[in-house]
Design a protein around this ligand. Structure first.
Ligand SMILES: [Zn+2]
Length: 133
């Protein structure tokens, strides 16, 4: 479990904050044609459910609970023929509007960049700025 994964995941969610449904809705229900590895709403919901369950039942801190979430997320992706998520890390860069970029890196060498608008509590995902290799 790398710190980078925690950092990016914290930008989108935390086991200690309410889940923002608008963040989930920013993800598509299905991958966009031509982008088979695109992160989807279903895998994010799977991640949250597994993570929150682990935190509630086992009292896991963020890193451990997040890894349980990633494992469940990758099971979901495997069932849909998608490459596993290796990392979800902040790149340290921003888009033209100044939104920090989180990069989802997949095992097959592709990646997806997601701009996260600064927000006092839960960050927003800007789907229009999602980019792919
Ligand atoms: Zn998580």
């Amino acid at each position: 479990m790398s710190g980078a994964i925690n950092q990016a995941s914290s930008a989108i969610h935390s086991v200690r904050t309410p889940l923002d449904l608008a963040d989930l809705e920013a993800f598509p229900a299905n991958p966009t044609p031509g982008h088979p590895n695109e992160a989807t709403r279903g895998e994010e919901i799977t991640h949250f459910l597994a993570e929150r369950h682990d935190a509630a039942v086992n009292g896991s801190a963020f890193a451990a609970a997040d890894q349980v979430g990633i494992n469940a997320q990758n099971q979901y992706r495997a069932e849909r023929g998608q490459s596993p998520v290796l990392s979800q890390a902040m790149t340290g860069t921003t888009d033209a509007a100044g939104n920090p970029i989180a990069r989802f890196t997949y095992a097959d060498g592709t990646h997806e960049d997601i701009a996260i608008a600064p927000n006092a509590s839960v960050a927003r995902i800007a789907p229009s700025i999602v980019a792919f290799t």
